[in-house]
Design a protein around this ligand. Structure first.
Ligand SMILES: [Zn+2]
Length: 228
């Protein structure tokens, strides 16, 4: 598969796959039932979508750079490659700083250009990443009210009930925010595969294999539903 075909495949993956993928990154993942994951995923996605509508209404723009300016968020470019096990293309540092890692973003943009990938429909990788980070800023402003911060799961009841936040909810909402704001036709989690490809081909291969497994599990579940 080439880049275009791979992204087209990832873009068509069913939501079940993205639920499993998003929760696989959460340390509490194993303690959350499939039904609860679905509820949390839906709640976080609705939260991100509602925030995108509110931002577009309040600031009269869907352009992430214009939104950042009007929100008072400082957007800076960095030439360094962000360290860490997972390649980072953009990051939000509270209270109001977003860094876009230009070298990584350019590599990704070039990959799409060289392959004439039309799946993005003219939307730039940079804008998708910036939109996602803007959601994290909004979250900081509304941490007491947003689903992604308020929602907690009970880890144990005895001797005293203990609840914990689910960190992947912020990522799910950030993706839904970017998708809705920019009118992207697919879940931006799909971009992970190609963003990783630009910096670490081994990691991209791992993500691909993992998504393939999740796709297989999802279609098995679908067959079981049909057979019942
Ligand atoms: Zn994020």
């Amino acid at each position: 598969m080439n880049v275009v075909e791979t992204l087209a495949w990832a873009a068509r993956l069913p939501e079940d796959v993205w639920i499993a993928y998003a929760f696989s990154k959460d340390p509490l993942s194993g303690r959350i039932s499939a039904k609860e994951r679905r509820r949390l995923f839906d709640g976080a996605a609705r939260c991100g979508i509602a925030c995108s509508h509110e931002a577009a209404r309040r600031y009269r723009s869907r352009d992430p750079h214009e939104l950042a300016r009007d929100m008072g968020v400082n957007v800076a470019y960095s030439d360094r490659e962000a360290g860490g096990i997972v390649p980072v293309f953009a990051q939000f540092v509270p209270p109001d700083a977003i860094t876009l890692f230009a070298r990584c973003i350019e590599k990704a943009a070039r990959l799409f250009e060289e392959n004439s990938a039309t799946v993005l429909n003219g939307i730039s990788v940079e804008n998708i990443l910036l939109a996602h980070e803007l959601f994290h800023w909004i979250e900081e402003q509304q941490k007491d009210v947003l689903f992604t911060r308020k929602e907690k799961i009970t880890l144990w009841q005895k001797p005293f009930p203990h609840k914990a936040a689910v960190s992947c909810l912020s990522e799910i909402a950030g993706m839904a925010f970017a998708q809705e704001l920019l009118g992207l036709a697919f879940c931006p989690f799909a971009l992970d595969l190609l963003l990783a490809y630009t910096t670490d081909k081994g990691m991209s291969q791992n993500i691909y294999c993992y998504l393939k497994t999740l796709e297989g599990n999802s279609s098995k579940k679908e067959e079981e539903r049909v057979c019942r």
